[in-house]
Design a protein around this ligand. Structure first.
Ligand SMILES: [Zn+2]
Length: 149
């Protein structure tokens, strides 16, 4: 008997406690919950990641992660906030969307060479695969993500 799930299992870090959860790929859309804190692994909106949690979260996530590097004083970042929010509803659970406030995560932004904001980066298993900067509409943004994951 074949007991292996089609597509295997993926590590998905909890957006709340950052514990790694193993989720069968075909169950990603079934509202999986964190085995540690019992909260939903996907809530249809971006997770805020503090600098201290970023590497841990990325290392424990085998889904593509789209990072919004933003800051509160940045007008185009405020324009993009609702776009990113809606993109999370469209793209989860195949993709994890997270936000990083570059004012609070300055050494992380320097390490990843974030030169302007908003900048969006797609990382797969901690390796950056694409990056784009500036404000854009929802369709263009979602198309850009789908073209790169
Ligand atoms: Zn959790």
């Amino acid at each position: 008997m074949d007991i292996e799930a089609p597509g295997g299992t993926l590590n998905v870090a909890c957006p709340h406690c950052h514990t790694a959860n193993r989720v069968p790929a075909h169950r990603l859309g079934d509202a999986p919950k964190c085995g540690t804190c019992s909260r939903a692994l996907f809530e249809g909106h971006p997770a805020e990641l503090a600098e201290a949690d970023f590497d841990r979260h990325l290392a424990r996530t085998e889904l593509p992660v789209v990072v919004d590097f933003w800051a509160p004083w940045c007008g185009p970042c405020r324009t993009m906030a609702p776009v990113f929010e809606r993109a999370a509803r469209e793209l989860e659970p195949q993709v994890r969307l997270v936000k990083v406030n570059t004012d609070a995560a300055q050494s992380l932004a320097a390490r990843l060479d974030i030169r302007g904001i908003p900048t969006f980066a797609i990382l797969e298993r901690c390796r950056e695969v694409a990056r784009i900067s500036g404000a854009m509409g929802l369709t263009r943004f979602v198309d850009w993500v789908r073209a790169n994951v």
